[in-house]
Design a protein around this ligand. Sequence first.
Ligand SMILES: Nc1nc2c(ncn2[C@@H]2O[C@H](COP(=O)(O)OP(=O)(O)OP(=O)(O)O)[C@@H](O)[C@H]2O)c(=O)[nH]1
Ligand SMILES: [Mg+2]
Length: 341
Amino acid sequence: MTSPPIQWYPGHIAKAERSLLEQLKKVDVVLEVRDARIPLATQHPQIGQWLANKEHALVMNRMDMIPVRLQQSWRTWFEQQGEVAYFTDANHGKGIEAVAKAAQVLGEKMNQRRRDRGMLPRPVRAVVIGFPNVGKSALINRLLKRRVVESARRPGVTRQLRWIRISPELELLDAPGILPSKLNNQAAALKLAICDDIGEAAYDNQRVASAFIDLWKQLADTVPALMGNGLETRYGLSPSEVTGESYLALLSERRYQNDTERAARQLLNDFRKGLLGNVPLELPPLELPPLELPSWEAIATDRESPVPDSEIDPVEAAIAADQESPESDPEGDPVAEAVES
Ligand SMILES: Nc1nc2c(ncn2[C@@H]2O[C@H](COP(=O)(O)OP(=O)(O)OP(=O)(O)O)[C@@H](O)[C@H]2O)c(=O)[nH]1
Ligand SMILES: [Mg+2]
């Protein structure tokens, strides 16, 4: 089956990227958010050039969606690359304090440089950058402990850049998700589609669902038991003896009256909601592995069982009582005021 390549670069993202580059001049710290299921595919190829002269903290959000021991392996792997990865679950507020502290500490370095030049210290300005739907806005809401920016289960929710004062010492810029204008790496683009990190209009659900099963099998072959048996448990069908395409055909025949499109959507949605277990789509590259990495078997045995189906968004529930409309920010645009002439 041949299909056109997966491409997604809507106008609002192109516009957002231009505004973001403009705002970056005012920013001291970049909080780069990635999806813990696909830490490599959610690395923007241009991030390095945007980080010039800025402090950087790497956030792996959606940590609840991968096995705990795999988080540890990624942490070790990133350390070997000279980076500290902060794992967060913005839905349940885990790992948030460490990120707030890291931003503050990194900002302190900036203020020290200002003091050295005889200038007064000022609040740290940080931007939250990342691919669409990785949880940037949810992270900001958690940092602020109330729902101040919109966060929802689809890519492209945040459309405008918006500054938010987190504390007298920290101001954060929420930005729309950004993507390379051309997705040259189609293997990565496929993972973005599976994880719902790009718009649905950019791909064919059936092709992506079949490829998801093929990827699942490939990872299960690399690390037996890593992927668990969420497919068998949920659908009563094992992927081990069939191709992804045949799996989808079988699923649609057995449970969806041969409606392959419906089967494909269901499969992708179940994965995205965590109903197939906490299933990663990437592993730390094995050519660099290192003895300190826990064994794959240890990672595999640390799996948690699939979470129950639930439509409740815990962030919504936790902060609904304290909801506030975006326009009511009494601080106005803190950065516009704070920027020195
Ligand atoms: N399981 C899980 N879901 C999360 C986590 N963080 C965010 N989400 C959910 O992911 C969805 C997207 O979150 P957003 O905060 O809107 O993501 P975003 O990166 O701001 O998205 P755009 O504005 O579209 O670029 C929402 O349904 C969140 O509830 C997390 O750590 N774990
Ligand atoms: Mg957002």
